[in-house]
Design a protein around this ligand. Structure first.
Ligand SMILES: NC(=O)c1ccc[n+]([C@@H]2O[C@H](COP(=O)([O-])OP(=O)(O)OC[C@H]3O[C@@H](n4cnc5c(N)ncnc54)[C@H](O)[C@@H]3O)[C@@H](O)[C@H]2O)c1
Length: 360
């Protein structure tokens, strides 16, 4: 299947978490298609931030709305009357979830249920794409890729908050939405996303790029942890595909989908670093096992994406070298090129990605 997301043209699309890493890419992509995008977020989560670098607020409508502020959230949604909602707002960092577990549970679980509770009474046609995580699965440290029917779990507060979110979503679907054909809900589970524009603390790629720039030692916790590394455009293309298909097929409503990378993209943290070293051999690694012991984090995780292939005709297209190259190029432009051209660079990468898919 080739990508044709014309369905979003002139549609009202609400994106929560639009100032974040994935939200910025998704907002830009949808804006470039001609969607009428309203982004809501708590604020800009990092300094620097790609949202600010590309001046996203000049090309879409942007508001600061806390998804835990029910009244304000309700007014924002009902006034805007979205045709599609992509819900990405979250506290998404595992380490942060140990420091602020209640905030993590509130934001991720209650924030999502607030959105569902508001939308459940809407009478017109609306599609809702809820972003959870690959960490929703009960981790059995198995090599087999998790499928959508595997048991949900999660030991650290972030993972538990995301699986609890899914239980809440399921309950809302079964209790309130089962007979409402106008409201469609899809759940998207993606893995470790990399790509230009991520500035979060305690994520490997921003840490690699910062260490390259500052020439400071890179501190890593789990060198042997394998992750399903994928470029940010892969899951985002998955979210857009899910929204597109949901809009037409009600039978997909309530389904969860894995959006993972190609199997060969599952490599260790150390192997990923060595791929970045290919472009620049400045990386000096310092393995901090103390932090690794203090905070549990699963070490082996991969996703089986056959369901997305079969029902949505979606599959990942980038191999690990293309994934790293696209990511490195973005930061290289930011650090050593022309910062004012980052938006054009991102639009270029989106266009290249679509061409790659359509010429497959
Ligand atoms: N980045 C990854 O590797 C990854 C992997 C799996 C799942 N996810 C999920 O994808 C989604 C987006 O992740 P990201 O990496 O772009 O995160 P991010 O930290 O870059 O952005 C988070 C966004 O959520 C907003 N937000 C936080 N609390 C809020 C609140 N109370 N009200 C309104 N907005 C609030 C922030 O302002 C920001 O815009 C999250 O749901 C995350 O759990 C991310």
């Amino acid at each position: 299947m080739s990508y044709n997301f014309k369905i979003y043209k002139n549609k009202r699309v609400l994106i929560t978490g639009h100032t974040g890493f994935k939200g910025t890419w998704l907002s830009l992509w949808l804006q470039s298609i001609g969607a009428d995008v309203l982004g809501i977020s708590l604020g800009v989560p990092t300094i620097p931030s790609t949202y600010n670098i590309i001046k996203l607020n000049k090309i879409i409508t942007s508001r600061y709305v806390d998804i835990l502020n029910y009244k304000k959230l309700e007014k924002t949604i009902l006034d805007f009357k979205p045709d599609f909602v992509f819900h990405l707002a979250a506290q998404p960092i595992v380490m942060e979830s140990y420091k602020n577990p209640i905030l993590t549970f509130n934001t991720n679980v209650i924030g999502t249920l607030n959105i569902l509770n508001i939308i459940k009474n809407i009478k017109y046609k609306i599609s809702l794409i809820l972003i959870t995580s690959d960490k929703v699965y009960e981790n059995k440290e198995t090599k087999r890729g998790y499928t959508e029917i595997d048991i949900l779990g999660g030991l650290d507060p972030y993972s538990a908050s995301k699986s609890m979110t899914e239980f809440g979503i399921r309950s809302y679907i079964k209790s309130f939405l089962i007979n409402k054909k106008n409201i469609k809900v899809g759940i998207a589970r993606a893995g470790n996303v990399i790509g230009g524009g991520d500035w979060s603390k305690n994520r490997i790629v921003p840490d690699i790029m910062r260490s390259l720039k500052t020439k400071k030692k890179l501190v890593i916790r789990h060198p042997n942890a394998t992750r399903p590394w994928q470029h940010v455009l892969e899951p985002i293309s998955g979210y857009l595909t899910l929204g597109q298909k949901l809009n037409k097929n009600h039978h997909l409503s309530g389904e969860a989908f894995n959006f993972g990378p190609k199997y060969a993209n599952i490599i260790t943290v150390e192997e990923l670093i060595s791929k970045f070293s290919f472009y620049s051999n400045n990386i000096k690694i310092n393995i901090n096992k103390k932090i690794a012991r203090e905070f549990y984090e699963s070490t082996l995780l991969s996703l089986n994406c056959r369901k997305a292939k079969k029902l949505l005709n979606w599959e990942p297209i980038l191999n690990i070298n293309q994934t790293v190259k696209l990511t490195f190029d973005w930061y290289n432009e930011y650090f050593y090129g022309n910062k004012t051209l980052i938006k054009e660079k991102m639009l270029f990468q989106i266009k290249d990605f679509i061409n790659l898919k359509n010429n497959k």
